[in-house]
Each structure stands twice: as structure tokens, then as C-alpha cells.
Design a protein around this ligand. Structure first.
Ligand SMILES: Cc1cc2nc3c(=O)[nH]c(=O)nc-3n(C[C@H](O)[C@H](O)[C@H](O)COP(=O)(O)OP(=O)(O)OC[C@H]3O[C@@H](n4cnc5c(N)ncnc54)[C@H](O)[C@@H]3O)c2cc1C
Length: 456
């Protein structure tokens, strides 16, 4: 077991200031080392917060004055079966996708950041362009978890104990530390990619079609150009599983080259009336050339194993995510366009990158699922600019609250406890009841979660 002060972090995001850091950071490589940490509160002070790749954009992982438990060294694949894989929590989705693809298998789900860890993806809410029949959360593919409770006792939850599994999925390291994960996998399947470009008003007319679409839906919204670029994925048995290079290039263009260009233009062109139209034009070119022309087919396997790998991402951008009920989403997008324009006119700040959206299928496999009650669409404004961002995020949180937005504990900045209570109320109360039984001394609870959990 090694104790250190620095740890690896995803390079592509601007983190919120963490304030007081952890008193100690421990890199563990076996379950018994995790056990030692959990059961020795003198040497390893509370709160103990497990960390995968640390790519969450809230303070869900911070352990102010406590112990940061770095699981990234627990990164082995333990067993591969025909339809299941068993891994340690610190392996990244990319590494796992690579290993599975050698066996002709893939993870279920089409998401962006694949260098997050399996432990993090199972413990925290995610976004993905799920196709019909697939559920909305990566965590729903978990069939068994081995866990160390807050006081260091081992327990196992599996599909035989469905309600316990629903509690453990998306439990944010509050019910224990997950040290082994068995996931459902499937043979590599091709999908066809269809793209389209519409105005916000025409997007509104698509509303009910998108709601019931069998396709996975990903959106890039440019409010100041009145444009929404749609990327639709449909399962296609005959589809070419796609070219790795094309997907890598797309990632690089959208998440690395574009933010880098936006930052450079931001520095070189101080007059915002010239700067932003230039950046918007660049975004449109990126969407038209890369998304619409280059990538016509793919597979989860090709997409996941290519992400952020060879081309990497040195650019820094930040984002916040809210999920909105799918039934109201056409009117929410129109209101969002007006919100962005009004905010810019009032403050001079606007996001310099396209807002990204996903349709999340309804998912009841986890108690704290953000799409527990209905299918949802997410909106994630992205920006490379730090100045003005914090105020924008506050106002966007107000906007989201007015439009029945549901926050993600790991990806939403400035959600108020009232909004959290409104959406997760009874479910969060039940979750916390179980949590208090497992963790009566709040060994795993940091200030961030204290502010959201119901008061005893
Ligand atoms: C550029 C960028 C793009 C992104 N794109 C996407 C995307 O497309 N889709 C998406 O869903 N998310 C995306 N995210 C968000 C992020 O990847 C998710 O929040 C992810 O779930 C975090 O994984 P992680 O390994 O970094 O977990 P961490 O941030 O390290 O941890 C997340 C939570 O899980 C807990 N945890 C971690 N490991 C364990 C464990 N073994 N046992 C118990 N608890 C544990 C932590 O305590 C914390 O509460 C993106 C982030 C960035 C920066």
C-alpha cells in the first residue's frame, strides 16, 4: 500500500477548487489494504472517499481533512465469460473495451469519456446515447458486486438480491467500497449513424418522434446559430463496425482540437462580437465535416477502445449537466436558447463550445437513477473560459430548477439541496436509512454529500 500526495486525474477538465485537501491519499492494490484503511480511523481519518479516475466535476470525491482512497492500481481483468466479465474497479473502460474486443465482445452503451474507471462508472450516474431496449445507465449492466462495508466487512450483492443491487448501483461510495465487479457484455454489434441539422423550432416539431425513437440520440446545440446537430444511432446487423481512426479523429476534433482552437481564438481576438461568431463557424465546420461526413457506422467496441487514447486531449474545458423530462424537452430547448441569448446580452458571457445532449432511456435499475421516473434528455453546456463560468453555472441551475431539471451528484454544479430533495426525496430518504445502518459513524460521508443527505 503506498501513501502519496498526488494522484492521476483526467487531464481534460477544469476542476472546481477543492479547498482543504485530503490529510492523506492512499493507493491500494488489494481488498485487504482497503479493509485496513476502513478499519483504522486513527491512521486514515474520515471521510474516506474512494476515487477511480477522478473525472467527476463535483466534489463527490473530495475528502477534506480525510483519506482519499485511490483505486486506480486495482485494474486487472479477473475473468471473461461468453456474456460476462469480472474486473477490479480501477480498470478504465478503454482498457477493458480493448481486452474484450480481442475476444469479439463489447461493453453495452455509447458514451464519451472512456478513460473513466469501471468502479466510477458503476458508482456514479452517466450519460450515454442508449438505443431502444438498452437502459440508460452503464451501472445497469452490473450483475454482481463485491463490496467492503464502511467498517471493513466483506459482502456480495448480485441479481439474486435485486433490491440491494439497485441500492449499490450509483451509490457514490457511500455504502461501501466496491472491489470486484461483474458486468454483462455482448458480442460486438454494428450500428448505423445518421446525422441531421435542424433549427431549434424544427427540433421542437420532432419532439414526440425523438421521444419514442428506437435510435440512440446525441445532440450538439449551437443556440447562437439556431442550430441543433443530431447524431442518431440504430442497431444494424449488417453495419460495418466502423473505423477506429474515424472515431478517434472525431473525438480529437470535437473534444481536443475545437476547445484548443476556441481558447486560442479567445486569447487572440479580444472583441467578443468577432470572437464568438468565429468560434461558432468553427464548431459548425467541425460538426459538418467530422460528425456528418466521416462517421457513418460504428460499434461500441470501436468507439470505446479509441477514445482519448492516441490523440489524447490536452485541452481544458469544463461543463455541468442537468437532465430534463423528455416529454417537455422541445419547449425546454427553446427556453434554453432564449436563456443563453438573454444571459449573454445581460452579462457578456456565453459558452464557447456547443452544448451536448443525450437521450437517457428510463432506468429503474438503480435507486438513485436520474431517469428513474421517465426518459430524460440531458443538457451539458461546455466552456473553455473560466472567467464568468461560475456565475453562468449558478443561473443555469436556476433555469434547470424551473424546467424540472434533475441533477447528477457527480456532474452537476450548484444543485441546491431543495432541488435534490424534490427529485430524489423518498428514494434518497430510503437510501440514507440503509446508509446510516451500514455507516453509523459517517465514515464515508464528506461535506458535499452531507449537504444533500436528509438530516437525521
Ligand atoms: C471530458 C469529460 C467527458 C465526460 N464524458 C462523460 C460521458 O460521456 N458520460 C458519462 O457518463 N460521464 C462522462 N463524464 C463524467 C465522468 O466520467 C463520470 O462522472 C464517471 O462516472 C466518473 O468515473 P471516474 O472513474 O472518474 O470516477 P470518480 O470521479 O473517481 O468517482 C465517481 C464517484 O464514484 C465513487 N467511486 C469511484 N470508485 C468507486 C469504488 N470502487 N467503490 C465505491 N465508490 C467508488 C467516488 O467516490 C465518486 O463518488 C465526463 C467527464 C469528463 C471530464
Amino acid at each position: 500500500m503506498s501513501t502519496a500526495v498526488a494522484r492521476k486525474r483526467s487531464p481534460s477538465v477544469v476542476f472546481p477548487p477543492s479547498g482543504l485537501g485530503p490529510a492523506t491519499t492512499v493507493e491500494v492494490s488489494t481488498p485487504s489494504e482497503i479493509q485496513q484503511v476502513l478499519s483504522d480511523a486513527k491512521r486514515y481519518p474520515s471521510p474516506v472517499r474512494p476515487v477511480g479516475s477522478g473525472s467527476s466535476t463535483t466534489r463527490c470525491v473530495t475528502a477534506n481533512g480525510g483519506t482519499q482512497l485511490d483505486l486506480s492500481a486495482m485494474n486487472r481483468v479477473l475473468k471473461i465469460d461468453r456474456d460476462k466479465v469480472t474486473v477490479q474497479p480501477g480498470i478504465s473502460l478503454t482498457e477493458l473495451a480493448d481486452i474484450l474486443s480481442d475476444e469479439g465482445l463489447e461493453l453495452v452503451g455509447g458514451f464519451d469519456l472512456a478513460n473513466r474507471t469501471v468502479g466510477g462508472a458503476v458508482s456514479a450516474a452517466g450519460l450515454e446515447a442508449s438505443m431502444a431496449g438498452d437502459v440508460g445507465q452503464f451501472a445497469s449492466h452490473v450483475v454482481r458486486l463485491k463490496v467492503l462495508s464502511p467498517n471493513g466487512k466483506k459482502f456480495v450483492v448480485s441479481e439474486k438480491t435485486k433490491s440491494l443491487l439497485a441500492l449499490m448501483r450509483l451509490s457514490y461510495g457511500l455504502l461501501g467500497v466496491i472491489y470486484e465487479i461483474t458486468l454483462r457484455v455482448r458480442p460486438i454489434q454494428g450500428f448505423a449513424v445518421q446525422t441531421a441539422k435542424v433549427s431549434f423550432k424544427d427540433f421542437g416539431k420532432l419532439g414526440s418522434k425523438l421521444l419514442g425513437a428506437t435510435a440512440g440520440v446525441k445532440l450538439y446545440l449551437l443556440p447562437f446559430r439556431d442550430r441543433i446537430y443530431l447524431e442518431l444511432r440504430r442497431p444494424a446487423a449488417e453495419a460495418d463496425p466502423g473505423r477506429k481512426f474515424a472515431w478517434r479523429f472525431k473525438d480529437w476534433a470535437v473534444y481536443s482540437a475545437l476547445p484548443e482552437a476556441a481558447r486560442s481564438i479567445g486569447k487572440a481576438v479580444p472583441i467578443r462580437q468577432i470572437r464568438y461568431p468565429l468560434i461558432d463557424s468553427l464548431s459548425e465546420v467541425a460538426q459538418s465535416l467530422v460528425n456528418n461526413a466521416l462517421v457513418r457506422s460504428g460499434s461500441n467496441s470501436v468507439e470505446q477502445s479509441g477514445r482519448y487514447r492516441l490523440l489524447g486531449s490536452k485541452s481544458r474545458f469544463t461543463y455541468t449537466t442537468w437532465a430534463f423530462p423528455a416529454a417537455d424537452f422541445p419547449s425546454t430547448t427553446l427556453a434554453y436558447k432564449l436563456f443563453c441569448k438573454e444571459y449573454y446580452a445581460r452579462t457578456g458571457f456565453r459558452c464557447d463550445m456547443p452544448t451536448v445532449g443525450f437521450r437517457l432511456n428510463r432506468d429503474r435499475s438503480a435507486l438513485l437513477s436520474p431517469s428513474f421516473d421517465s426518459p430524460m434528455f440531458t443538457l451539458s453546456p461546455l466552456s473553455t473560459q473560466v472567467e464568468g463560468w461560475d456565475d453562468f453555472v449558478l443561473d443555469f441551475a436556476d433555469f434547470a430548477a424551473k424546467h424540472r431539471g434533475v441533477p447528477f451528484f457527480n456532474q452537476t454544479r450548484n444543485a441546491t439541496p431543495e432541488v435534490v430533495a424534490q427529485h430524489f426525496g423518498t428514494r434518497l430518504a430510503f437510501f440514507d436509512k440503509v446508509r446510516r445502518e451500514l455507516d453509523p459513524t459517517d465514515r464515508l460521508v464528506n461535506q458535499f454529500f452531507q449537504s444533500y443527505l436528509p438530516q437525521a
